[in-house]
Design a protein around this ligand. Sequence first.
Ligand SMILES: Cc1cc2nc3c(=O)[nH]c(=O)nc-3n(C[C@H](O)[C@H](O)[C@H](O)COP(=O)(O)O)c2cc1C
Length: 164
Amino acid sequence: MEVMEAIKKRRSVRRYAKRKVEEDKLLRILEAARLAPSARNIQNRLYIVVENITGDLVEACNSQGWISSSPVIIAGILDPTVNRWADTDMAIAFEHMVLEAVELGLGTCWVGAFDESKVKSLLGVPGNMKVYALLTLGYPEMIPSSMVGKKNLEEIWARERYSW
Ligand SMILES: Cc1cc2nc3c(=O)[nH]c(=O)nc-3n(C[C@H](O)[C@H](O)[C@H](O)COP(=O)(O)O)c2cc1C
């Protein structure tokens, strides 16, 4: 699949089939994260793969009920004291995973609305580490047919100078 095709096919998926994600596909997704660029190549990024999605975890994600249909959640963990680009580096890795998931026929959705201290305690994450975000992953039960509204190209760029 061409990169642009994956970019255009991607949707935030919030309904998943009751189907396990195969280990080889999971490892390919983590490999896509591993290869992502990072400032000074520090790679301040750890991933916890959660397949036991408990009610407590859903509740910690601001009780977003749809999350319980997801067979896998990947939590991105970083050390916030290491460097100021850590969040950006993790975001890049997340999007590598998101696009690799499209290639593999899987769906994802970022989860940024969560109670960090609850998630930390449920996943055993030490207090000094940061839970950056979570990513649901699974076979889509329902893929939104059209992309949600995006700004027009001419609205978002200019040549040479700021012109908004
Ligand atoms: C940093 C970040 C955090 C997000 N957090 C949530 C979330 O907690 N719950 C949710 O349902 N969607 C979440 N989303 C998904 C966005 O709502 C979604 O990307 C946006 O509506 C555009 O839709 P699209 O991804 O289908 O293009 C998040 C996306 C990003 C990038």
